[in-house]
Ligand binder design. Sequence first.
Ligand code: KG4
Ligand code: ZN
Length: 341
Amino acid sequence: MSKDNIILGIESSCDDTSVAISSNTKILANITATQAIHEQYGGVVPELASRAHQQNIVPVVEAALKKAKIELSEVDAIAFTKGQGLLGSLLVGTSFAKSLSLGLNKPLIGVNHMKGHILAHFIDQEGKEKPQFPFICLTVSGGHTQLVKISAPLKMEVLGETIDDAAGEAFDKAAKLMGLPYPGGPLIDKYAQTGNKKRFEFTFPKPNDNNYSFSGLKTQFMNFLKKGLKEDENFIKKNLNDICASYQAHIINYLFKNLIKVAKQEKINHIAIAGGVSANSYLRNELKTIGNKYNWETYIPEFQYCTDNAGMIAITGYYQFLENDFCEQSVVPNPRIKVEE
Ligand code: KG4
Ligand code: ZN
């Protein structure tokens, strides 16, 4: 039997410094340092993010190795996020990975962040089946909203995507307008739990093939709040739960509209969700309900593998390792890399 492949994965694309150690498809450690500094600014400040990555990276690597009970000398390859993301943040992870690879004389693997979100489904997770190929993944995060067809671990095709804002941004921007701290998505989810989702109505933009558009929704929501506040200055406070429930349901229903359409078009009934917004409880529940209706096999990752984490980078690195997909020391981050690349 061949020996297990140990991958050290590094994720630093945005505001989370994360390091994971994997052994084949098993994650031995997945440690994330979240940067609280951005909360007060209502969004990620790129300069502060890269500085915090520099401070966090060494302790996070040490903590991951310790948790995994793995020595650096046992690591077979170093995988890092090469894009998408913020250039300054990506540079910290890239430079660190390069030095580690050079120092240990171990191969370097550049991982596509969006592929990582999707391949998180192939991490061994208790009680969870892994998706069968081909499957469709709705990838929804702070930076992306895509419908992707996956035919093999590293073979992906975009079937539809947002033409402007991402679904996560639609959550975060609305939360900011209501005076909630960043990131607002999890808070909208929390307040929505006890709200009435039918109380307020919003409209969908006109469908344009399989794509999405969220920028108009922000303006719609802003005008909705303005109108409410004109009538009652405590409008938000008094109706927070119903506003959150209605707005959240609107976004999720909109996401499902195109998902159902592409699943029919492609005649695929294996459906997964990925990315930070897939932590949303309404989305997770709806996937099960709609999945039952359409006879889908559905796949929902554990919470820890929804938002940015290095486990997903290590698992993607593992599949690339099997294909000898290594990169040179001259590699540079690519903040705008496409999921197919
Ligand atoms: O994947 P992720 O951690 O980072 C990016 O690659 O963007 O996604 C972060 C996004 C944020 O917009 C955050 O508000 C959203 O995921 N998010 C949620 C929830 N948890 C995280 N949105 C709605 N409901 C949640 N429970
Ligand atoms: Zn992400």
